[in-house]
Design a protein around this ligand. Structure first.
Ligand code: BDP
Length: 665
């Protein structure tokens, strides 16, 4: 490596120079001269929007607002090319990643453009720094000290996100506090937006639907009321005075106690359009959540979002995008894809994944989530024939959406390692990579992350990658095998609770979902039951409606079957369920041994941290197994099959573990 040339000056280009300086002091050549003026002759690496002399200008091609190209000439000089400063920043990060992982720049060059426009983190952070479903410490946003104190962590946050292509951040909880829309808080939010801007990150806020009443003292928040409409227009104008490039609003309405258009007998489209009209003159968007369901509706919870939204396809303004969770219930360890995907061709839909592990063992259980994300993204909706995958709905190509987006509910907090578990950084990283390109494989993501985080040594990479790639299936096995869902403990959702029943909301109990009795187990969502299946394409209705054809991973999601039902491998349902729980435990224990054997590849502190969490996971996998099998055995009335360890405690013991403290609740 010789000198580096970065053309021009701007806050973003200054960040690029700092990144190169840091890398030069680290893994790039330590004595690499950084020539930030026009010393073309000497440069070995050129970061520029202009075509340097000696390069074919057409080689760069059109790169869009965020795309970049890495080119290498015969003399080995590398050019990071883009049409914008942000494109150059993304290209620089990619260049550094390729150097660090030892991959190098391919001879034919490298080109990348995001497939999704808005790649967003959703923070479920409250203004008092508590977090909803956050397991990695407090909120990193210190509203009390803003706007005067800008913590270094805000820069680090923006830098980490830009390095994986995330370009938006909703900094407040979906269970919204209207206070954030007051001048006092807008000034604070503006200070954050100023930090984010040079990293290409747009700031968004959650909007509380009743804000016109709470802040504006209006008698109503009815979306069709002219006074309410004017209030939101004025509010939007005010926000843009503080934050000229404000991204828009994320809204949770008519769900779990949040106010919304239902309070005025209006539709979700009426609600979303109200805010969209206010933001439109400024170029802002509304992300309106489809997570709408009610305890007063007797129908299956899995059907309600579709019933609420699908009839309004085409009735939303063009700056509205409906944000849909990956599955129809709620971020379960495994769910079939949400039936709204593919069902609203005239309304842009965006994906909402959960990166924080509310239902997946929270901070202490290692689960590599890109496996879950990819399973959903690669599911075939069949709506325009075979190959109509969810990823094609989300990237806009299936229905020609003009607005595309993906959201991930953040797993970060003030913990020194950001995410509680060191390996959960891989989920933040993997989410960003998939939001940029939903077709990247989990294997590629795991490989990149391990190399960038630990070492390039294959003796380390291979076993740990295997551990990561198996971890989702492993967790499903020790928590909710064969399509079981929502059988975790009441309210905080940590640990097993298949016995949870008779609470004020039936749709938050476990018995609502598993329906176990001596006759069998599972939720009948076929025509003989709730018929949630009819919300899917006919091909899937035929396949999933038949207990012999449905993938067994979804069996109990769609069918109620007897305990002695025979599965494809010839085992009874009961035996298979028990063996899967045991398999999950066996793998969690194996992970402890694998990690222990790799001590020499990782620094002591991180090795010990991960080790203790893996031990917790192995112990708690056995807790899940014992609690669930003892509970279901009451109904199955069969002995545990050979190979499954006998629980050391009685069911009553597990049912008694009730009042454990869990954060983020
Ligand atoms: C559920 C969480 C709850 C969230 C809700 C949501 O239990 O804390 O507020 O989702 O997404 O998963 O709005």
């Amino acid at each position: 490596m010789g000198a580096i040339r970065v053309d021009g000056d701007s806050p973003t280009l200054a960040i690029i120079k700092t990144e190169l300086q840091l890398a030069a002091n680290g893994f790039l050549d330590k004595n690499l001269p950084l020539a930030f003026d026009h010393q073309e002759e000497a440069a070995r690496l050129i970061i520029s929007k202009q075509t340097p002399s000696g390069w074919d200008p057409s080689a760069k091609g059109s790169l869009g607002r965020e795309g970049y190209r890495l080119l290498k000439n015969d003399a080995g000089v590398v050019w990071v090319a883009a049409d914008t400063d942000i494109g150059l920043l993304y290209g620089t990060f990619k260049f550094l990643q390729l150097m660090q992982t030892g991959a190098g720049i391919p001879e034919s060059g490298y080109h990348s453009e995001p497939k999704i426009q808005h790649r967003i983190l959703n923070h479920w952070d409250n203004l008092n720094r508590t977090l909803e479903r956050g397991y990695a410490g407090a909120s990193i946003w210190n509203w009390h000290r803003l706007p005067d104190h800008i913590d270094q962590q805000y820069h680090d946050y923006a830098r980490a996100n830009a390095s994986i292509g995330i370009n938006g951040s909703v900094v407040t909880n979906v269970n919204a506090n209207a206070l954030v829309l007051t001048p006092e808080y807008l000034e604070k939010a503006a200070a954050l937006a100023d930090v984010f801007r040079p990293y290409g990150i747009t700031l968004y806020l959650t909007a509380r639907f009743s804000a016109p009443m709470e802040l504006g003292r209006l008698p109503t928040a009815d979306p069709l009321d002219p006074g309410v409409q004017q209030w939101w227009k004025d509010k939007a104008d005010e926000i843009y005075r503080y934050i000229p490039d404000f991204g828009g609003f994320l809204v949770k309405a008519d769900s779990e106690g949040q106010p919304g258009p239902h309070n005025y007998q209006r539709s979700q489209a009426d609600g979303a359009n109200l805010l969209a009209d206010a933001l439109k003159p400024h170029g802002g968007i509304v992300m309106w959540r489809a997570f709408v369901y009610s305890e007063d509706t007797p129908d299956d919870r899995a059907k309600q979002a579709y019933q609420e939204f699908q009839p309004y396809d085409g009735s939303f303004r063009d700056n509205v995008i409906v944000q849909v969770k990956n599955g129809a219930i709620d971020f379960q360890p495994r769910e079939p894809f949400h039936p709204l995907f593919g069902a609203m061709p005239q309304t842009p839909l965006m994906m909402e994944f959960q990166i924080t592990q509310e239902y997946l063992g929270q901070a202490t259980h290692h689960v590599f989530l890109p496996s879950l994300y990819t399973e959903v993204l690669q599911s075939d909706t069949y709506v325009n024939g075979p190959g109509s995958t969810v990823s094609k709905v989300i990237d806009g190509s299936l229905h020609g959406y003009s607005l595309t987006a993906m959201a991930g509910v953040s797993n970060i907090g003030t913990d020194r390692n950001w995410t509680g578990h060191h390996f959960h950084q891989a989920n933040w990283f993997g989410y960003g990579r998939l939001a940029w390109d939903p077709e990247i494989s989990p294997e590629t993501i795991a490989d990149e992350w391990l190399r960038l985080t630990f070492t390039n040594a294959p003796e380390f990479i291979e076993p740990v990658k295997k551990m990561m790639l198996q971890s989702h299936e492993m967790a499903v096995n020790y928590m909710t095998p064969l399509g079981l869902h929502h059988i975790m403990a009441w309210s905080h959702h940590y640990g097993p609770g298949p016995w949870v029943t008779d609470r004020h909301r039936d749709d938050w109990t476990s018995t609502y979902y598993h329906k176990a009795s001596e006759n069998g187990v599972g939720f009948d969502r076929t025509a003989s039951g709730s018929n949630a299946l009819e919300q899917y394409a006919p091909e899937l209705q035929a396949q999933w409606g038949d207990p012999k054809r449905v993938p067994e991973k979804y069996l109990l999601w769609f069918h109620h079957v007897p305990w002695e039902y025979t599965l494809q491998n010839g085992r009874t349902l009961w035996d298979e369920m028990a063996l899967r729980y045991q398999k999950g435990v066996d793998e969690a224990r194996q992970n402890v041994a694998t990690w222990e054997s790799l001590e020499s590849y990782v620094d002591e502190e991180r090795h010990a941290h991960v080790f203790s969490f893996l031990e917790i996971q192995a112990k708690e996998a056995a807790w899940w197994r014992d609690a669930c099998l003892l509970y279901f055995q009451q109904f199955a009335q069969s002995p545990l099959p050979e190979g499954v360890e006998k629980p050391e405690k009685e069911l009553e013991y597990f049912m008694g573990i009730r009042h454990r403290y869990v954060p983020g609740n």
